[in-house]
Design a protein around this ligand. Sequence first.
Ligand SMILES: Cc1cc2nc3c(=O)[nH]c(=O)nc-3n(C[C@H](O)[C@H](O)[C@H](O)COP(=O)(O)OP(=O)(O)OC[C@H]3O[C@@H](n4cnc5c(N)ncnc54)[C@H](O)[C@@H]3O)c2cc1C
Length: 361
Amino acid sequence: MRRFPGHRELLLYLKDYCEWFGLKEMIRFNTRVEYVGMLDFAKFGKDKWIIRSKDRKLNEKAREEVFDAVVVATGHYSKPRLPNIKGIYFDDMVIQVVVVVENSLSGTDISMELVDVGKEVHLSAKTLDISEGLSKVISKHHNLHFHPQVNSHSHFLFAFHKILHNHRIGTIQIDSLDEDGRVLFIDGSRITANSIIYCTGYSYTFPFLDTKGIVVVDDDRVGPLYEHTFPPSLAPSLSFVGIPRKLIGFPFFESQTKWIAQVLSGKRTLPSWDNMMQSIEEFYHSRDLADIPKHNTHDIANFEWIPPHLEDWRKDLCLAALRNAEADLETYRDSCDDHELLQVAHQSLHFTQLEPEAFAL
Ligand SMILES: Cc1cc2nc3c(=O)[nH]c(=O)nc-3n(C[C@H](O)[C@H](O)[C@H](O)COP(=O)(O)OP(=O)(O)OC[C@H]3O[C@@H](n4cnc5c(N)ncnc54)[C@H](O)[C@@H]3O)c2cc1C
């Protein structure tokens, strides 16, 4: 049984989910929210929000409505976070020589797809600290060149990797790009690339949201937010879902939405403004002490946090997938050693209402 459904299947799942729980009627599709702001703060306080939205298909003027609460769940995958490189530009030329910048999840995934079609693929990274899976892929594909940025602490490791991977490793910190596709590296070397793919992530942006400066995005820190969710001065009428990154998203975001629903319906209360602010300050302070840059404020789990309320089989399946990916990037989606775990999962009512025999492996 496959462990990794494709995007089409996930879309069907979401559609079924909406259908089953009667959510479709509550969603206004094709509607763009253009403005969210407090309705005359002096008069109504923080509990009235004015929303201007527009149907994308109909050429009508924006509709204005007033709501008691707003939950911002607009994702953070629309504003690219680009590195600061002289001459940065995009093109769509034939794939021959490709430089992929950053070796996190997307960079690694895309490089894996490209090694079979590209003449040369150069993967640039901030660190030499790569997974066993990526190391195996580099050893196997002679057109995949790995270029970490090397600092004074990692010279020994760098030399070791060079020997291990037949010298297809060099420092790559990009200095500048030329119009003709030439890439100049800090160490003075050059290659001519057809394409450069930046897998450098995204930045937070809420162009529609006007909180009069109460919630700001500063170097990718959205704040102040209590537990990455409620801005103390505007809580509970304003909240955010989905801000944290680098974690197993869906269960975390589901917990956030349940918490918000409980607070808005009066079933739970938030701590006082002072206590929320203190908690935020303590969190920022702990990150500073750990030398974590401000732009990583919401990278809170490095994919290791799993909600405590999750059934053991879910956690174990998830961890098994992460371990497999770490060990072998080329096979982890198709070959797994978690069949016993899956049998346990099949017996859970949460997973299926069918009998386990229906899923014989
Ligand atoms: C390349 C990539 C691969 C990923 N792979 C995985 C994976 O394998 N597994 C996993 O669990 N997660 C994965 N993720 C993360 C996952 O996609 C997110 O965690 C998830 O989509 C977050 O859901 P969301 O609803 O918060 O935001 P989104 O899915 O981004 O949804 C936000 C929605 O809000 C809409 N919107 C934005 N602004 C407005 C506006 N002004 N008015 C109206 N609508 C607006 C957007 O159009 C969008 O439809 C991946 C992400 C990326 C980028």
